[in-house]
Design a protein around this ligand. Structure first.
Ligand code: GLP
Length: 238
């Protein structure tokens, strides 16, 4: 695991975008695993900027997102599909049909999980997976639990996750109580993993994940077993 600590969110965002840019330049038809949350917004801004300058081409890129809230469709401005369209996909030349987000409105979410895993397999797996980290150590929506869940699955969101994500909703009651998330299997099978963490409130959990025991109680700790994982963190106040 490579750990890069930087002093500003801008620096974090530029470095993360540079790693993704290098992946796309080296393999134009890369399968990018993408993440939501406030942390990757700056990274997506740099990727957009470099695309507009002509330095990056997403024509052949395919993408798979980590997760989606149960019950929210892409037209809902709190959905992760909406987030991805507005923060990245609408601004670059990726083909929308090559972008994938789990369908939170699928009638049978378990079946949607199996479909999503089959899709990732059909794409040949993920070349580079971008991750944020929750305050409880979650990656995607893999919440702390008793064992790592391998496949894409439905999760009950924990209290701390609901509270942390409430800032994006009108009220905490509006945060969906369930989500569908890629499991630890697809994340660990990604050829490269890039985790980004920003802010003083993420310091404690990043240290636990990086230096503590590998345990499903801190889902991000599993990344220590990944052969090619980079962590970029900034613990400064904004
Ligand atoms: C959500 C997402 C995660 C993300 C986390 C942290 O729970 N499902 O993938 O890593 O938020 O978000 P932020 O970057 O806003 O702290």
């Amino acid at each position: 695991m490579r750990i890069i600590e930087v002093n500003s969110y801008e620096d974090l965002s530029r470095k993360a975008a540079a790693i993704i840019a290098a992946q796309v330049i080296g393999k134009p038809d890369s399968v990018l695993g993408l993440a939501t949350g406030s942390t990757p917004i700056g990274t997506y801004r740099y990727l957009t900027e470099w695309y507009k300058k002509g330095d990056l081409d997403f024509e052949k890129v395919r993408s798979v997102n980590l997760d989606e809230y149960a019950g929210l469709g892409g037209d809902n401005d709190q959905s992760y599909r909406y987030f991805m369209n507005h923060n990245l996909f609408n601004h670059i030349n990726i083909h929308m049909e090559n972008t994938n987000v789990p369908n939170g409105r699928a009638e049978d979410l378990q079946a949607e999980g199996s479909r999503y895993d089959a899709l990732i397999a059909a794409l040949g797996g993920i070349d580079l997976q971008l991750l944020g980290i929750g305050h409880n150590g979650h990656i995607g929506f893999n919440e702390p639990c008793d064992e790592f869940v391998v496949g894409t699955h439905v999760v009950d969101l924990g209290e701390s996750t609901i509270n942390a994500n409430a800032r994006f909703f009108a009220a905490a009651e509006d945060v969906p109580r369930q989500a569908i998330t890629m499991g630890i299997g697809a994340i660990m099978q990604a050829k490269k993993v890039l985790l980004i963490a920003n802010g003083p409130d993420k310091k404690e959990i990043v240290e636990k994940a990086v230096f503590g025991p590998v345990t499903p109680k801190v889902p991000a700790s599993v990344l220590r077993l990944h052969p090619d994982c980079t962590v970029i963190c900034c613990f400064q106040k904004a």
